[in-house]
Design a protein around this ligand. Structure first.
Ligand SMILES: *Cc1c(COP(=O)(O)O)cnc(C)c1O
Length: 369
């Protein structure tokens, strides 16, 4: 579709397509097993629900705090920073949109991996930012040297997720520091949407490096994809850039419910630690079970695994699983078309996935016999 009423910018956009959110039940009316968008299989902390309920009253008549000060203070305490090192927004996707506009839109191209979060090129198109794709190595890992050796005067910034998406591969803090230290003249953004599943956060570098910005999300490790809260952490000059964009766009990106719920999520450290540990255990068990079925599974530091089978096509497996009522994610893109990205569910959900895979592969094998 197009229309003469559209601006030139809108006509040229190719928007990001999020993973499917099913409206009803699966085939045969059974509940779908949803392992396609890296949501947390456990609910949020009960304290989050209580906190949200406590503001579900006539206070909703009033605008929320435009500076989100209480939430930023809680997050700052959690990371031993000060509130002026913390920015919050309506999901980390919104925070990233501000980051691209405020800190990555320069004359020179920015760098990110060829296989990475597919929202990055979408932001680049929206803001007219030039970019250069840096290929992952043959094991689909980020090669640190590709970023440290990029000629400094020719680049406008660097961004990548750690762990990377959709591969799940994690860089160590030492490797992240080499990139940040190696490119002191540009902002290096570490998108830590999945860092809580076993990685070491680059927040530890903020004190020493004015060019590092870390973004995080409450959607995965804190089970609040539906509340829409994300954050950025960095030295105050970087945070101020984000505030300037935000205050030129929407004074109140976080509503009263989100502010209360997000604060409670950061305060309930025990629940957070317990659910993350459960997911990490389930990830390791799922990896083993997939390997025993002949899959190659990339080492994952996230709440998903990226796996391929030497004999079964990625798209066929994806469609077969869907028929069995199990949703996973498949990217029809060069280098990764044979892979499935499978969100780690509860142990029961993971068992259902494996049973469905066995059924699909059994069917596929008998069809070729
Ligand atoms: C999920 C995800 C996000 C966005 O998270 P929201 O806070 O839900 O907007 C950002 N980056 C990566 C790599 C993600 O996987």
């Amino acid at each position: 579709m197009s229309s003469p009423f559209w601006s030139r910018l809108v006509g040229g956009l190719t928007p990001y397509v999020p993973g499917e959110q099913p409206k009803g039940a699966g085939p045969d009316g059974r509940r779908l097993i949803k392992l396609n968008t890296n949501e947390n299989p456990y609910g949020p902390s009960p304290k989050v629900i209580t906190a949200i309920e406590s503001v579900l009253n006539e206070s909703l008549r009033l605008y929320p705090d435009p500076t989100a000060y209480d939430l930023r203070k809680t997050i700052a305490e959690y990371y031993r920073l000060t509130p002026d090192h913390v920015f919050v927004g309506n999901g980390s996707d919104e925070v990233l949109a501000f980051v691209f506009q405020a800190l990555l839109a320069h004359e020179k191209p920015i760098l990110f991996p060829d296989i990475s979060y597919s929202f990055y090129p979408v932001y680049c198109a929206l803001y007219g930012i030039d970019y250069r794709l840096i290929p992952l190595d043959e094991d689909l890992a980020i090669r640190v040297e590709d970023y440290t050796q990029a000629e400094q005067p020719s680049i406008g910034g660097i961004i990548f997720p750690n762990p990377n998406a959709p591969t799940g591969r994690l860089l160590s803090l030492v490797e992240i520091e080499r990139i940040v230290a190696g490119q002191p003249d540009v902002v290096v953004v570490i998108d830590e949407a999945y860092i809580d599943f076993g990685g070491e956060s680059a927040v530890a570098l903020i004190d020493r490096f004015p060019n590092v910005l870390v973004t995080q999300s409450l959607s995965k490790s804190r089970s609040l994809a539906g509340l829409r809260v994300g954050l950025a952490l960095g030295q105050p000059a970087l945070i101020e850039a984000l505030v300037r964009v935000k205050d030129s766009f929407n004074s109140y990106p976080l509503d009263r419910l989100a502010l209360a719920g997000a604060k409670a999520a950061f305060e309930d450290e025990a629940y957070f630690a317990q659910t993350c540990a459960r997911i990490i255990d389930a990830r390791e068990a799922l990896t083993k079970a997939l390997v025993s079925r002949g899959f190659t599974v990339l080492p994952s530091g996230a709440n998903f695994v990226f796996a391929r089978h030497p004999k079964q096509g990625g798209e066929q497996l994806y469609l077969g699983l869907r028929q069995q009522g199990v949703m996973v994610r498949h990217f029809n893109k060069p280098r990764i078309a044979e892979f499935l990205r499978i969100t780690v569910g509860t142990p029961e959900e993971n068992q259902s996935l494996l049973a469905a895979l066995d059924a699909v592969m059994g069917i596929a094998m008998s069809a070729t016999n």
